[in-house]
Write a protein that binds this ligand. Structure first.
Ligand code: HPA
Ligand code: ZN
Length: 353
């Protein structure tokens, strides 16, 4: 917990999380439990896998996005049954509830499971059960976003997109949109034009990781070729004033992940994330955890870190929260409820003795 007088306010904000990879919520404790339950042998030639504590310590020393992804893909190898996926997502939703999340739009990486023989139906069943429980028991609404792995050949991604089970999840609304993640450099958005074109024809929502490790031109590529409605990370936008103006005018929202940016060495400190530049220019953004089990914090830790670095006013925090609600992909009545809760919170906060 941070020491700011605003901590209780930050906790109480009806937060929307738009950038959380469910596989990135796999804590070392759950990883070791599932490895043992499913008889999965973890790498024996890497001392990081000696214990959950050693693994957590290694997570504090990532050198790049690819260094993190190496552990991220090994980690998810312990997920086998629908129950495993449910356990993982339920653990995330419980943390989200404790942090005051009202609505979560969560990523998952089906290719990383299907290529190891775990079916899409298994993954979806586990995640869907946890989502229903989160709605019922925690009051958290959620949407699923199916991500494609940009380091894999485009035809593999297209084949996954066209898989009958995947298509069914698009048609019945259990998956709301698509995303693009994994190694960024050398895999520009333009490669995935066909998938995004097909997604748009199906009425799916569209986002993509761009401008995390890759340059601002990847953000332009995602807007021009993929016709995305959101940009994940997007911190390199601050390098290009004209592009920033374009993003302001289009109202495209960025899903910024400050602790992730530090842990993956995209910036040296949270103070280097262009939060103040975005606020001053009118860029809409939400604040998110990305891979909370790997980057040392859930969403509230990210809010607190931003507050510590930038000392936002109550009005500024309310505007960040409002942008997140308005930029969400849920129904208008859900947004109206969250906007009402936000207004009440701000009024109550300003009236407090
Ligand atoms: N970037 C790209 N791919 C990812 C990330 C990320 O931050 N987290 C999980 N997959
Ligand atoms: Zn991400």
């Amino acid at each position: 917990m941070c020491k700011s007088p605003l901590h209780a306010f930050l906790r109480a904000l009806p937060k929307c999380e738009h950038h959380i990879h469910l596989e990135g919520a796999l804590t070392p404790a759950i990883l070791f439990t599932l490895a043992s339950r499913n008889n999965i042998t973890l790498p024996q030639d890497d001392a990081a896998f000696a214990s959950p504590e050693a693994l957590l310590a290694r997570y504090g020393r990532f050198t790049s996005l690819d260094d993190f992804l190496h552990y991220y893909y090994i980690g998810m190898s312990v997920l086998i049954s629908p129950n495993d996926f449910e356990l993982l997502a339920w653990d995330y939703f419980q943390h989200a509830a404790a942090d005051g999340v009202a609505h979560a739009e969560v990523f998952f990486d089906p290719q990383a499971h299907m290529e190891r023989g775990v079916s899409y139906a298994t993954v979806l069943k586990g995640f869907s059960t946890a989502r229903e429980r989160a709605q019922k028991e925690l009051g958290i609404s959620s949407e699923l976003i199916c991500c494609f792995l940009r380091h894999l050949p485009v035809p593999d991604c297209l084949a996954t997109f066209e898989d009958p089970d995947v298509q069914e999840s698009f048609m019945d609304g259990s998956v709301r949109g698509i995303g693009l993640d994994s190694s960024e450099k050398s895999f520009p958005p333009e490669l995935f034009e066909e998938i995004y074109w097909r997604a748009s024809k199906l009425g799916l929502r569209r986002t993509a990781h761009a401008g995390e490790e890759g340059p601002a031109t990847y953000i332009t590529g995602a807007l021009d070729t993929l016709n995305v409605e959101r940009i994940d990370h997007g911190i390199r936008l601050a390098d290009d004033k004209e592009l920033m103006q374009r993003v302001v005018e289009s109202g495209t929202m960025l899903s910024v992940c400050p602790l992730s940016n530090v842990l993956l060495r995209c910036v040296k400190a949270v103070a280097e994330v262009p939060i103040r530049k975005f606020l001053d220019a009118g860029v809409k953004f939400s604040i998110n955890s990305d891979d909370p089990a790997y980057f040392g914090g859930y969403i509230l830790d990210n809010y607190c870190a931003v507050h510590e670095a930038f000392d936002l006013s109550v009005k500024e925090w309310a505007s960040v929260c409002r942008a997140g609600i308005e930029g969400s992909w849920c129904r208008q009545d859900r947004k109206d409820k969250m906007l009402g809760d936000l207004d009440t919170l701000v009024i109550d906060w300003e009236k407090r003795p």
